[in-house]
Design a protein around this ligand. Structure first.
Ligand code: EPZ
Length: 432
């Protein structure tokens, strides 16, 4: 019955260290399948999706050793299967990358359709298009996805939509294909660049990651090495919004400010103060600040990230005036608005647009996390609300945020993890 109990009203103050990027980790872990040798991965976030991926690799006979909470040695030399366990892979979207990695390693894969947050159909037609361009036959007729290729050879892939997942899968399959692959209309997120840097560190030849054209010269000789994952842009953005929504003063450490530029720009537009260090960002709000209303569209990087849409909508729900938020990536990513409305928000959703009329404050309620990022956003709303809230279904949050409630406690939030009804009574008395 795990849930979070939150008493709102405290301003977040102090320092928080941002963990490694979830969406880089779930791309780099399967990429280890392309390497016959030991890969030491540092700054790995200690989250459920990473733990699940390591179990999948072990189940494929990889040798996985934890060096510490955020450092793992992975040796896939003895991996001898291209059929990962469906009960594991169905739990997250990132497992779709096993298709590209196993195709690149064995020229074969048999996987169950991936899982992941439910805010739209989340098709894989562009992934399949990429694999077919490289010479693979794909069969989805039996409720599973099977891929096979006589020999994978380079080709020109032009994506019909900008897709992070299909860009990553194309990179994984093309890395060891014979010849040159060019990926056009590629996604440019920081985790795409991180994957390319990891693979090049292991001997691959990938150029142009972070632009809309990526060129890959296939090579079979990938060797082991050590790689440090980039800080999580979305975790950082979530804590920036938490500082703003509680009118606090927080320094985020271990960030790459360049990855946060659009988030900083929109917060400054709303009246929040931001100052950047080399690998830190300070976010604070003056006491007399009234948040201004702003409009934005969730776009592919370097646009405003769709994974930050729920969080900033929570903050805008407390700003003066009317804000318009448009979600251009996923067709159904406003489900959390129903929960936010129960906390007193005044938001009207029309198709993929939310019209937000700011209110002075939220009131505590018993709410449920509908998905990973919306779950985090609802915790932010609870911290800015009057009175107590409980947040259910926090398993979603634990998939993508390392020690989320502990980091918030460290910043002065009144938040506790509740496992029993007794805990609930005890902590309500403690928080008072
Ligand atoms: C990745 O999902 C992330 N997940 C998501 O983060 C993120 O929201 C999304 O990219 C966009 O940045 C991981 O990295 C594990 P897409 P993905 O393919 O790859 C359409 C989180 O909270 N599309 O970029 O599934 C699709 O319908 C998660 O960390 C096709 O049409 O997203 C969508 O409209 C949530 N055909 C758009 O592209 C395809 O074959 C972007 O999807 C693939 C995608």
């Amino acid at each position: 019955m795990e849930k979070l109990l939150v008493k709102g009203g405290n301003k977040l103050r102090g320092e928080v260290t941002i963990s490694g990027a979830k969406n880089a980790a779930v791309a780099i872990l399967p990429a280890c399948l392309l390497v016959k040798g030991n890969c030491r991965i540092e700054n790995l976030p200690d989250i459920k999706d990473v733990k699940l991926f390591l179990r999948i690799l072990e189940q494929l006979n990889a040798d996985v050793k934890y060096i510490d909470k955020n450092t793992v040695d992975i040796d896939c030399t003895n991996v001898d299967s291209y059929r990962p366990l469906g009960e594991l892979t169905r739990k997250m979207r990132g497992s779709s990358y096993l298709m590209g990695a196993l195709l690149g390693r064995f020229s074969n894969f048999i996987v169950d359709p991936p899982g992941g947050c439910d805010f739209g159909t989340r098709p894989i037609d562009q992934h399949i298009k990429a694999f077919k361009t490289l010479g693979a036959d794909i069969d989805t007729s039996k409720g599973i996805i099977e891929g096979s290729a006589e020999n994978l050879s380079g080709g020109n892939i032009f994506f019909d939509v900008i897709t992070v997942g299909a860009t990553i899968n194309a990179m994984l399959a093309a890395t060891t294909a014979n010849g040159v692959t060019v990926i056009e209309n590629a996604a440019k997120e920081p985790h795409i660049v991180d994957l390319a840097n990891f693979l090049n560190n292991m001997g691959a030849n990938i150029r142009g990651a972070g632009t809309d054209t990526i060129k890959i010269k296939g090579t079979k000789d990938l060797h082991g090495g050590t790689y440090t994952i980039i800080p999580d842009q979305i975790e950082a953005g979530t804590f920036m919004i938490a500082a703003a929504a509680t009118r606090g003063d927080v320094v985020l450490k271990n960030v790459i400010p360049r990855h946060l530029e659009i988030i900083s720009a929109k917060l400054i537009e709303a009246g929040v103060n931001i100052s950047e260090g080399e690998d830190s960002v300070r976010v604070w709000v003056n006491d007399d600040t009234k948040f201004k209303h702003i409009n934005f569209i969730a776009m592919p990087y370097p646009g405003f990230p769709t994974d930050m849409q729920p969080q900033i909508t929570v903050a805008l729900g407390l700003s003066k005036g009317t804000s318009i938020v448009t979600e251009s990536i996923f067709e159904n990513r406003f489900k959390y608005v129903d929960e936010l409305t129960r906390m007193g928000a005044n938001i009207k959703v029309e198709g993929n647009t939310a019209i937000i009329d700011g209110v002075s404050r939220y009131t505590g309620a018993n709410i449920s996390a509908p998905d990973l990022r919306a779950g985090a956003a609802l915790v932010l709303a609870a911290m800015s609300a009057e009175g107590f809230s409980t947040v259910d279904d926090i398993r979603y949050i634990e998939r993508g945020y390392e020690d989320f409630h502990l980091k918030l406690q460290g910043l002065g939030a009144q938040i506790e993890l509740i496992e029993t009804e007794r805990d609930l009574r005890k902590f309500k008395l403690k928080i008072g």
